[in-house]
Design a protein. Structure first.
Length: 401
């Protein structure tokens, strides 16, 4: 799965997947905390996610340009430093006692995360045989799932430590972020002392079915971008309002909902990525992808129904089916692009703006209707992902015929 000479770089870069997974999971718990502490509505609290993922959208192309000019290692170090600056900024901003004051450090933090993902995602796909690129990135993304699980669990224990449905005003948002910032600076120090081999992208280019080399970005890439945008809308909106969905009818307390998110949804998310990295070495990526896309559509339909406890379980199971989607869509979209890989990766990272669109859309629908009906937003966008999965499956079957 990984070329022997790239084993150490693979281990180091995989550590970054853990970091940004944990950082993004904290946002989902912070969203519920902000609603209670600042008495914010669903739509207003979604500004937290909007700030971070808008940074992805605005920073993706500059991040790609920087990485192409200075290399992966410098991109990683710059991303880690930006991340730590954003995290430390919570200390002065949190004291202002206003929700809007939190958006500035979140935006800076998002720029750092954007740099990390733009550097790491395509890099992992190139550290070995192109035929196992999807398996390789799914393996790395397993640690992203592990980071999500720990990030949600630890932040939930901090923000909802009293187990009640109300958060005390004495809870300082800056504390967990400052702790994360110190850890991130230590990781940056490690990367400043090691060398990452720069993969020669022109050697990774693969011929098309007619034997010619690919030139530029084609329909598959742009369809993949649209599918990745749709996936981000679905994933981040679900993560953002998972705790709300579980606590809306007093089914669970915020603390219990955090445990359900960590040891239910996010554990399945991590397990799904771990299993898919091996399953796709034996079963065609396109087949596994399509089966999981069908699963997400069925689960979200059950969430909207509503079916009581069944709807709650269906939302948890959605994490299993969606787990492989980001790395798989990413890998399929840039497969065989050769020297265009880094440019394509930068464009694909712009799709993370879906993380700003989805929570806002779901939040405002929830304010206007019900939290159950609001999940029509991720259902609609998962149907688009399903269409891309069907397209890739048909291409695979045609090529095999």
């Amino acid at each position: 799965m990984v070329a022997r000479q790239y084993l150490v770089p693979m281990v180091l870069v995989t550590m970054l997947f853990f970091i940004w997974g944990g950082a993004r999971a904290v946002l989902d718990v912070l969203n519920k905390h902000v609603q209670m502490q600042y008495e914010a509505g669903y739509g207003e609290s979604a500004l937290i996610q909007c700030s971070v993922y808008m940074a992805y959208f605005l920073g993706a192309l500059p991040a790609g340009l920087m990485i192409r000019r200075y290399g992966t290692r410098h991109g990683v170090i710059a991303g880690l430093l930006l991340f730590s600056v954003g995290a430390f900024l919570f200390a002065p901003m949190a004291d202002m006692g206003k929700l809007l004051a939190l958006l500035a450090p979140l935006f800076v933090l998002g720029l750092g995360l954007c740099l990390l993902e733009t550097a790491a995602n395509p890099y992992v796909t190139l550290l070995g045989d192109s035929r196992t690129s999807s398996s390789r990135i799914n393996m790395a993304q397993t640690f992203n799932g592990l980071g999500c699980m720990f990030g949600a669990l630890l932040s939930g224990l901090y923000f909802f430590s009293d187990g009640s449905t109300k958060s005390g005003d004495d809870i300082n948002i800056a504390v967990p972020y400052c702790i994360i910032a110190v850890f991130v600076l230590a990781v940056a120090a490690v990367f400043s002392r090691v060398k990452l081999p720069e993969v020669i992208l022109s050697q990774t280019q693969t011929p098309t079915s007619d034997g010619k080399m690919k030139k530029g970005l084609g329909f598959t890439f742009y369809f993949g971008f649209f599918a990745l945008l749709s996936y981000e809308i679905s994933e981040i909106s679900i993560n953002t309002f998972f705790i709300n969905f579980m606590t809306d009818d007093d089914f669970l307390t915020p603390t219990q909902a955090t445990w359900a998110l960590s040891f239910g949804g996010l554990m399945l998310f991590m397990l799904g990525r771990f299993l898919s990295s091996f399953v796709m070495t034996r079963i065609a990526t396109e087949k596994v992808f399509f089966a999981c896309a069908c699963g997400t559509v069925v689960m979200l339909t059950a969430v909207i129904a509503p079916l009581g406890v069944v709807s709650k379980v269906a939302l948890v199971l959605t994490y299993l089916f969606e787990s492989l989607m980001f790395p798989t869509i990413f890998a399929l979209s840039i497969r065989g692009l050769g020297a265009d890989t880094e440019k394509a990766s930068s464009i694909l990272m712009m799709s993370v703006v879906g993380g700003a669109i989805g929570p806002l859309a779901l939040g405002f629908v929830a304010d206007a209707l019900t939290i159950n009906m609001a999940f029509v937003v991720p259902l609609t966008t998962f149907v688009i992902v399903w269409a891309f999965a069907l397209y890739m499956l048909r291409r695979h079957l045609t090529a095999k015929a």
